[in-house]
Design a protein around this ligand. Structure first.
Ligand code: ADP
Ligand code: MG
Length: 151
């Protein structure tokens, strides 16, 4: 299993990288997105949505748990923070094996429902406007996507 890294120097660069990733994603792809508050998870998701052909503004789904957007493929943006200490299953499997792309924030809270194959993303602060995006593809299909955008 390989781990990939990509550094950005601005929110725009993070969005552009995410957009590139969004443009190669396919139906059924599942991404987990981690990072501290202000790391750039929402910024990243905005770029990803653009790459999926979504024109609506993407905001944090904290109070809704799952937000759905329509583009070239549907995007299911999930923030499962509020499911900590709960075994609640909101029908995750149907989303994960569905027609769209899933982005899950705080994914460790629903570890038991996550597909084994997925793309794990972690965004870290390295400076005021600098971030490092770590990509860990779990499974061949995700390795392909990452290689494609890292070229
Ligand atoms: P999170 O969703 O992880 O809490 P946000 O995306 O809401 O984070 O906020 C990230 C903030 O950091 C935004 O204000 C964004 O403009 C700023 N920022 C500065 N540099 C970067 C960068 N390289 N990548 C992403 N965001 C950045
Ligand atoms: Mg956010």
């Amino acid at each position: 299993m390989s781990v990939y890294h990509f550094k950005t120097k601005s929110a725009e660069e993070t969005m552009a990288f995410a957009e590139k990733l969004g443009s190669v994603l396919e139906k059924g792809d599942v991404l987990t997105l981690a990072g501290d508050l202000g790391a750039g998870k929402t910024t990243f998701t905005k770029g990803l949505a653009k790459g999926l052909g979504i024109t609506r503004t993407v905001n944090s789904p904290t109070f809704t748990i799952i937000k759905e957007y329509n583009g070239r493929l549907p995007l299911y943006h999930m923030d499962v923070y509020r499911l900590e200490d709960s075994d609640e299953d909101l029908g995750f499997e149907e989303y994960f094996s569905g027609e769209g792309v899933c982005v899950v924030e705080w994914a460790t809270f629903i570890e038991e429902y996550l597909p084994k194959e997925r793309l794990e993303l972690v965004i870290s602060h390295i400076g005021e406007d600098e971030r490092e995006i770590q990509l860990t593809p779990l499974g061949e299909r995700y390795e392909e996507r990452v290689k494609e955008i890292m070229q």
